[in-house]
Design a protein around this ligand. Structure first.
Ligand SMILES: Nc1ncnc2c1ncn2[C@@H]1O[C@H](COP(=O)(O)OP(=O)(O)OP(=O)(O)O)[C@@H](O)[C@H]1O
Ligand SMILES: [Mg+2]
Length: 587
């Protein structure tokens, strides 16, 4: 999905304003930047006044002696301006980069907190573009746009005051010619913000396509769909290009109008000023100062163009970033949540029902099942019957929408998430390994596990192949563990779940990618481990079912039979579910 909703009207900058919390620790630096910028501008504004003094003094009186101090004064002002600009950039780069880093860390932390449900509905590219380019846009605005908005505002007011003081009639005339800029800016701002929101969303779409085709490269190549993906990418890139051009053309037109304003003022001033000098109502020095000051007025006016566009883009970026901060953390610790350190492992589903957010019909309903401590229960059912969904509920990847799940009699929603997840480990159907070393991947569940424990878990999962990798446990596993086979990844994920030494182990079809021989070895080893913990194992093959003390048959989201393998063998449906899947697996 392309997350929509753009800021409108008066609240347009409200998201940006909310992000000020990140700037607060750097207020001293911000003030330093601002002071440097103001002083640099003041130095540049004083230079025309020195010029006026030169023309009206030494030049007018043909005395070269007085020129020397004037020269040094102008030179000093120029040097001071340069030094102040360097100073501002120094302070600015450090402070603003820190602000950006803080924002990025908080955003990432938020992404970690958000429930799986959030990630089900957001494209990776949209998240990527928010964490990277949107935060960059906000940084550029804070570092330049915001500072120059104030500095240019002050410069405009000071120069305007000096112009009016130098020659009031002409000063007022210049003031009037600059007023249309306000109207222009307002019209530009609202159009610019809607287009820039579109551009930023489209950048996210493009990032999504890039990310998907990189991670799905094998599928794309295997089906020879390169050209199709190219076309999808090309069409998305074309859309982005069209919107970006629209943005550029709007900015160009705005800038065109903006540059016209000071030029009109300049032409007017030279004409009226020359007449005034001829009539003796204005000194030549004053005219020189007036026109030089007018050049200084150009900057604030033309700057409004990029400051406004930066501000609009930053406001849009802030809206997009705040969408993540605002997404509700629906699964979080309750204030009265308890910490569970050593659960016995009695897991009970009591009238559990579950409906995916936004979905009309429930995937699970009226599920009643009690796993006694140390017991292993296998879940079988046709594909799509809700097995993986059931396996995702006990450690609260999703919260039940009806009934409750208890661990040792306590509703799992009353247990702190960290401690709950420390007690219940899961190995998923589709094992994800991170681009870290094999050891780091294995220790995700319990970083303090000893080498001995790692060795035991690896041997249990028949994953001793890790020791034969080029750097053994320190071998970096490629992105998503792609350099390993599917079966190797599954075995690592299984070892990872076992190392966590949970009270409850949930295995979602953990042996599907193993050959029959390895599967038999893993099963044998699993049988030993499963004795010491409660286990809920989703299985497809008759051989794995033998691991379980009891089997539960899931049909259309509810348990239709629970019993031992032998008891269930009486049911034609049970035999069919296992053999159907068995045939599928053998294909
Ligand atoms: N994130 C999700 N959002 C919405 N619906 C989902 C989501 N995940 C699964 N579903 C739906 O829930 C139903 C059950 O899916 P589930 O993955 O639990 O089945 P399963 O029994 O594990 O199947 P399989 O044997 O193929 O792994 C399916 O109809 C599926 O479309
Ligand atoms: Mg499944």
């Amino acid at each position: 999905m392309s997350a929509g909703g753009s800021g409108t009207g008066a609240s347009k900058y409200s998201s940006l304003w909310r992000l000020r919390a990140f700037v607060r620790p750097f207020y001293p630096q911000m003030v330093g930047m601002f002071v440097c910028a103001i002083l640099a501008t003041a130095a540049s504004t004083l230079i025309p006044l020195v010029l006026e003094a030169v023309v009206n003094g030494p030049i007018h009186h043909h005395s070269t002696a007085a020129l020397v101090p004037m020269f040094f004064l102008a030179l000093g002002l120029g040097l001071a301006q340069a030094a102040l600009i360097v100073g501002r950039r120094r302070v600015q780069s450090v402070a603003i980069m820190m602000v950006e880093r803080e924002q990025r860390n908080h955003l990432y932390a938020r992404l970690q907190k958000l429930p799986v449900e959030f990630h089900d509905h957001w494209q990776t590219g949209q998240l990527l573009s928010r964490v990277t380019s949107d935060l960059g846009t906000i940084r550029r605005f804070l570092g330049f746009g915001a500072i120059y908005f104030i500095v240019d505002g002050v410069q405009y007011l000071v120069v305007m005051a000096l112009l009016i003081a130098t020659y009031p009639p002409l000063g007022v005339a210049v003031l009037v010619t600059t007023l249309p800029v306000i109207v222009l800016a307002r019209r530009f701002g609202s159009r610019y913000s809607s287009i820039s929101r579109r551009v930023q969303d489209q950048q996210g779409d493009l990032a999504t396509i890039t990310e998907e085709s990189a991670s799905g490269m094998r599928v794309v190549k295997a089906f020879g769909r390169g050209p199709l993906m190219q076309e999808r990418f090309g069409s998305s890139a074309r859309t982005l290009r069209a919107s970006s051009l629209e943005l550029i053309s709007l900015r160009a037109r705005f800038w065109g109008w903006l540059t016209l304003v000071p030029n009109v003022s300049m032409a007017l001033s030279v004409l009226i000023g020359a007449i005034a000098v001829a009539h003796g109502s204005m000194s030549l020095g004053a005219l020189v100062a007036f026109t030089t000051l007018l050049v200084l007025l150009q900057f604030p006016i033309i700057d409004i163009g990029w400051i406004l566009s930066m501000a609009e883009q930053a406001a849009t970026a802030a809206d997009r970033v705040c969408e993540i901060f605002d997404a509700s953390v629906s699964i979080a610790d309750r204030p009265d949540a308890v910490t569970v350190t050593r659960a016995r492992g009695r897991l009970a589903f009591e009238g559990v029902g579950f409906t995916y957010p936004g979905s009309a019909s429930p995937v699970l309903h009226d599920v009643n099942l009690v796993l006694e401590p140390g017991e292993t229960v296998a879940i079988v059912g046709l594909t799509g019957s809700g097995k993986s969904t059931l396996a995702a509920l006990p450690n609260r990847l999703y919260d039940v929408t009806a009934g409750r799940i208890t661990l040792d009699g306590t509703d799992i929603r009353q247990i702190t998430l960290d401690s709950l997840r420390g007690q219940i480990a899961v190995a998923f159907e589709d094992p994800v390994l991170f681009s870290m070393s094999a050891r780091e991947n294995l220790l995700l569940g319990r970083p303090e596990a000893s080498d001995e424990e790692v060795r035991a878990a690896l041997s249990l999962a028949q994953a001793d192949f890790v020791y034969d990798l080029p750097w053994g446990l320190d071998t970096r596993i490629g992105e998503q563990g792609l350099s390993l086979s599917g079966g190797q990844r599954q075995r690592l994920a299984l070892a990872r779940a076992v190392i966590a030494r949970p009270a409850v182990l949930i295995l979602d079809d953990p042996l599907s990618a193993l050959d029959v021989e390895t599967e038999a070895l893993v099963e044998e080893a699993l049988a030993n481990v499963l004795g010491s913990m409660t286990a809920l194992v989703v299985v497809h093959r008759p051989s794995t079912v033998a691991l379980a003390d009891r089997v539960a048959l899931l049909r259309d989201g509810t348990l239709v039979a629970v019993g031992t393998h032998h008891q269930l063998m009486e049911l034609p449906e049970y035999a069919m579910v296992l053999s159907v899947d068995y045939d599928e697996a053998m294909q």
